[in-house]
Design a protein around this ligand. Structure first.
Ligand code: 26V
Length: 841
């Protein structure tokens, strides 16, 4: 067959193997069903068809992937290594079809054969290898790096069990294990030939090498094998396919050999299982870790495997270790991979025999660190004894780094021992700990926060001493989200409407959404805008009806709070508003209110009892209100179980109101807030995280602002905040809290919610009562605005129009230019017919 090369898209559309033409896709699909899965249609399940389509798409990805790998290798391209303990990818099939530009053709090919395309997509298990925002950000960043044609590798952990599945039983959260690999994973390729060994424990020895130099050797007492599994990450309408490389722990072969010598077969099997435990399960990242040794082992596993892999790439491309930092820019996603700083030092000094100073220079030039939280209790520290037992050589390296660092500090701040103690990598205020954020700061040339306010507060609070020392290292990189998944794929109706109105340019440059702003004044356009939202709401209502048997009214205002359950995010403030509104209706049953559906979704860390009690509270309020005949369907509360990426894709497009109500100064950025805004929901929110920037861009008139500012909160705290004053000062809040305390929502059980009430009336650490009155008043303004459909649509259109800034493409461009200094590399597709076969030595 003649190859019709299409330079416009740089593809071979008619290529019989990986072409994008509909008929070719159909043939490839059947070929896979027959020859990859060995299934005949009469025996094929929906999952078989899903797999056939997945393999068909994967072939097209692999064509781009080998073309990309060839170009990077040939050019020795500078590469970003994004080190992250979490990648919350969501399902791959639909996203890959969007990025290949064949969503419609693939749908048509499948439907021509009489199959239900949506149902095939639903077969895919979501890899839940992350907790929430931090892991999802890493996934959006991979999409943007590939789209911007930036050579990049994502390095992470292939957890066998991702984030737990959440069931709601009698209103309580119940956790179930997430067996995402149950039916196999067509998107990954195992690369056993690139496995590396990871050491743990043991001791260190000093020796003299042939040249008489004093050297250190680490003799671990345990070795685990790390095996990489690669997933191609395709850019939007580009030929760039980067790699997500996830490591899985296995026992090394040496274990199996030892069995014969020692005759200890069952002991060997035990040890094998124990090695494999390292990548067994994802831990919550929002729960204090009480010295969990397995978590430290996981972190080291990720870091050591990834750095060894980077050395393998360096060696293969014949680049000197002295150029490590020229070849690689490594970004640490929070402190989970901060051990990379001492591991790179160990590899350079102990294994590659570089002098300390040279190695330190390379290390600092290689790493950059992103901080994702201001909560002081969230800053990771490892108890010294646990650290030294697990990583004895690394502790020596931490000490050496610290000694040299503190020498500098002492010279700089003569006679300020308090500052020296504050900056130290070792916390010696009580039990001794290694401070991971300090290790990350010292080992990096760049440190960033994830929203403007967050970065400012970082500089003033948790990292103040580092900012005093090295102000030039600090910068802000406001988060973003990928429009491919969060608009094009999840909201096709809105995508079509926008494209019809302003043309397709916005799809490659999201700031062009601004062209939509004048349309806010066009009545006919507003009507179509509302029709899109209505249709999206109806889809969600259908989905919830089908899966949970709950009937929601698409005409009501959809008021949505979906995110991890946490006291600082204040889902309970939202709950108080529900109860207050309920009381207003009970006291005045004919009162004219805007019918609302309160939608919640989110998981609580399994050991976070208060968060789990908040879940129970919401469900209990719902159970009463949803049944109350006085309410007559005007209020409805629904907690969607098991919130994850896929049902997020259904929720954001259907939301009217986005709840972003964290205590000011607590939410580093938020990214759900951006997904809502881009999908035309209005925000009710505090001046926290990226809300501040969202409001600046969409305009104060188009944003429902309430609550104390961070400075005001600090003021309240200083003055000795007394929540009881707010309780007694506001009849409505008193009635609300008393009703909850009376057992009204807990079948007369007055004790059930008492811990929450005690908290609110005692310390109220998240200033719920202080913000309650303003929140109520602001919700009234929401009602007023919603009653005026034209006004609401105008506001919604302007929200979308001015949210282009929150594309992760913009975030990544900033990282690229200001931190990584890496060039984009356009990729030309290899023509498989022109490849010469060679064997790698
Ligand atoms: C950690 C901990 C640990 C102990 C106690 C409570 C607690 C609470 C929160 C955390 C945060 C862990 C890091 C994290 O997930 N940060 C999130 O990162 C997102 C992406 O930058 C950002 O949008 C969220 O605002 C931020 O919470």
């Amino acid at each position: 067959m003649d190859k019709l090369y299409n330079p416009e898209r740089d593809v071979f559309p008619e290529d019989e193997r990986t072409g994008l033409d509909k008929d070719i896709i159909r043939r490839a699909f059947l070929d896979h069903l027959f020859f990859s899965q060995g299934k005949f249609p009469a025996l094929a399940t929906l999952n078989d068809y899903y797999l056939a389509l997945a393999y068909t798409v994967r072939d097209r990805l692999l064509h781009r992937w080998i073309s990309t790998a060839a170009a990077y290798t040939e050019q020795g391209a500078r590469t970003v290594c994004y080190l992250s303990a979490e990648f919350l990818m969501g399902t791959h099939l639909g996203n890959n079809l969007v990025n290949l530009g064949i969503l419609d053709d693939a749908r048509a090919a499948v439907e021509d054969m009489g199959l239900d395309f949506k149902e095939l997509l639903r077969q895919e298990e979501e890899p839940g290898l992350g907790n929430g925002g931090l892991g999802r950000l890493a996934a959006c960043f991979l999409d943007s790096m590939a789209t911007l044609q930036i050579p990049a590798l994502g390095y992470g952990i292939r957890y066998e069990f991702g984030i737990f599945d959440q069931d709601i039983v009698d209103g309580w959260q119940v956790e179930k294990t997430d067996k995402w690999l149950r039916f196999g994973n067509p998107w990954e390729i195992q690369r056993p030939e690139w496995a590396v060994e990871i050491g743990y424990g043991g001791h260190t020895e000093r020796y003299h090498d042939e040249q008489g130099h004093l050297r250190v050797r680490w003799v671990p007492d345990r070795v685990v094998k790390a095996v990489p599994y690669d997933t191609p990450i395709l850019g939007y309408r580009t030929n760039t396919a980067n790699t997500l490389r996830l490591w899985r722990a296995e026992s090394p072969e040496a274990f199996d050999l030892g069995v014969f010598n020692r005759g200890d077969y069952y002991g060997a099997v035990d040890r094998k299982i124990s090695s494999e435990n390292i990548t067994k399960v994802l831990y919550p990242n929002d729960e204090p870790l009480q010295g969990k040794v397995l978590r430290l082992e996981q972190q080291y596993f990720l870091v050591s495997a990834s750095l060894q892999d980077m050395f393998r790439i360096l060696d293969r491309q014949h680049i000197s270790v002295e150029q490590f930092h020229e070849k690689f820019a490594a970004q640490m996603n929070d402190t989970h991979p901060a051990l990379a700083v001492c591991e790179l030092m160990r590899l350079l000094v102990d294994e590659r025999h570089l002098p300390w100073e040279r190695a330190w220079d390379i290390t600092q030039k290689t790493f950059a660190y992103t901080n994702h939280t201001l909560l002081p209790e969230a800053l990771e520290q490892w108890p010294l004894d646990l650290f030294s037992r697990t990583l004895p050589r690394h502790l020596e390296i931490v000490y050496e780094i610290n000694d040299r660092f503190l020498d500098q500090v002492r010279v700089r701040y003569l006679g300020d021992p308090a500052r020296v103690a504050r900056l130290s990598l070792i916390n010696e205020t009580g039990e001794r700990f290694v401070r991971m954020a300090h290790l990350a700061c010292v080992g990096s040339h760049a440190i960033n926060g994830v929203a403007a306010l967050h970065t400012d507060l970082l500089k003033q609070t948790v990292l103040k001493d580092f900012h005093d020392l090295w102000p030039e290292k600090f910068s802000n990189k406001t988060n973003g989200v990928t429009p491919r998944r969060w608009i094009f794929f999840s909201n096709p109706r809105l995508t079509a409407l926008i494209t019809e109105a302003i043309g397709p340019a916005w799809m490659r440059d999201l700031e062009r959404l601004a062209d939509l702003a004048p349309m806010a004044e066009d009545g006919a356009f507003r009507e179509r805008w509302r029709a899109v939202k209505r249709a999206n709401k109806t889809d969600l209502v259908q989905f919830i009806g089908q899966h949970f048997g709950e009937r929601l009214d698409p005409r009501s205002l959809f008021d949505v709070q979906v995110k991890r359950i946490h006291e600082y995010k204040r889902q309970h403030l939202n709950a108080l508003h529900i109860v207050a509104t309920y009381l207003r209706l009970k006291n005045d049953p004919t009162r004219d209110i805007v019918p609302r559906t309160y939608l919640f979704g989110g998981k609580a860390a399994p050991a976070y009892h208060k968060a789990k009690l908040i879940v129970k509270l919401i469900n209990s309020i719902g159970a009463v209100i949803n049944q109350d005949p006085d309410i007559r369907g005007r209020l409805k509360v629904f907690f969607l179980p098991n919130f994850h990426v896929s049902n997020g894709q259904r929720i954001y497009p259907a939301a009217d109101l986005s709840e972003q109500i964290s205590t000011a100064g607590k939410e580093a950025s938020g990214t759900g807030n951006m997904k809502f805004t881009l999908n035309g929901a209005l925000t009710i929110g505090t001046l926290d995280g990226a809300n501040v920037e969202i409001r600046e861009r969409v305009g104060a008139d188009n944003f429902f602002l309430f609550g104390h500012t961070e400075a005001q909160i600090a003021g309240l705290r200083q003055a000795g905040y007394r929540p009881l004053d707010f309780y007694h000062g506001n009849e409505e809040i008193e009635a609300v809290i008393d009703l909850i305390g009376s057992g009204y929502f807990s079948r007369g059980d007055r004790k059930l919610f008492q811990p929450l009430i005690d908290d609110l009336l005692g310390q109220d650490p998240y200033f719920v009562l202080a913000d309650f009155a303003q929140y109520m008043a602001c919700q009234d303004q929401v009602d007023t605005a919603y009653r005026d459909a034209e006004r609401w649509s105008r506001m919604a259109i302007l929200n979308t129009a001015h949210a282009g800034f929150f594309s992760s493409d913009r975030s990544i461009r900033e990282y690229q230019q200001e931190i990584w200094r890496v060039s984009s590399v356009p990729i030309t597709l290899i023509n498989p017919d022109e490849v010469k076969v060679t064997v790698m030595q």
